[in-house]
Design a protein around this ligand. Sequence first.
Ligand SMILES: Nc1ncnc2c1ncn2[C@@H]1O[C@H](COP(=O)(O)OP(=O)(O)OP(=O)(O)O)[C@@H](O)[C@H]1O
Ligand SMILES: [Mg+2]
Length: 324
Amino acid sequence: MTYAIRAEGLVRRFGATTALAGVDLAVPTGTVFGLLGPNGAGKTTAVRVLATLLAADEGHATVGGYDVRRDAHRVRQLIGLTGQYASVDENLTGTENLLLIGRLLGLSRSDARARARALLADFQLTDAAERAAKTYSGGMRRRLDLAASLVGRPQVLFLDEPTTGLDPRSRNELWDIVRDLVADGVTVLLTTQYLEEADQLAGEIAVVDHGRVIAQGTPEELKARTGGQVLAVRPTDPTDLPTVVAVATEVTGTAPEVAQTTVTVPVNDPDVLPAMVRRLDAAEVAVAELALRGASLDEVFLSLTGHRAEQDAPAGTDLERIPA
Ligand SMILES: Nc1ncnc2c1ncn2[C@@H]1O[C@H](COP(=O)(O)OP(=O)(O)OP(=O)(O)O)[C@@H](O)[C@H]1O
Ligand SMILES: [Mg+2]
């Protein structure tokens, strides 16, 4: 197997903060690799080191076989980077932004223009092409950002939280774009705080917390680590909730959780599903949803770290475990 990205023992400190505490990564060529972690986990720092923007204090890394420090120039010719924060010039139009980058990359004026036009069309920005980027919506800006990182036809693409702040539809569109790129052979390293995003796109996920990889595997492997599945039942009539809770408790032998109008309960035996259907039918409870699903990556994160992915616990503290 060839690896588009390899990192060994990356350490990076900022004063007293250790942003990377010894990170190893191996990303097979032509795959999407997800770096998943909460705020401050070290995701952006890892991307910046791999994209030659920041030197590591210890360890080494290669991209496309080139050392990110010794052969930074070569690495830069292979990669594209869409940063966490918009990098396009707000005062330029979509076309002008892409033309500028094309010219910086050494394309002729006509090649740069053709590339800009094609990318704007691919990203459904043709209608907005001649408007200043500051007039774009958040989703349009993210698309322009991504288009900008593709002008040079990168073999390896770094996407740092590409869908943060996007609505579900824009997020889905961006996911499709990433899938198309990978189908064309591009390797993608994606950072995200969204467990679902890593699940949707990545073949392999490294879970990062406090600058360390605390777990790695396919989405399925990570989910399997929490063991078992979750049964979710949503009655059509919310007044049936107590009945559903009682039936679920009886069938599974475990106390369920109720969130809004859905009852969830961990199960280890798939036979509970038909048993549940029979008992609910006998109790004349109509259900809007009845599903057996794998544990979500949120549940995985909680079981791996002891805290939820949304929480931003500063390094070295353990506030949520201090008894009240
Ligand atoms: N230039 C810097 N100077 C000082 N500290 C920094 C710098 N860059 C990052 N850090 C610190 O390093 C740690 C990791 O930051 P990083 O930006 O890599 O996290 P992240 O996983 O990208 O988080 P987020 O999801 O919020 O983007 C944080 O504690 C951050 O405050
Ligand atoms: Mg970041």
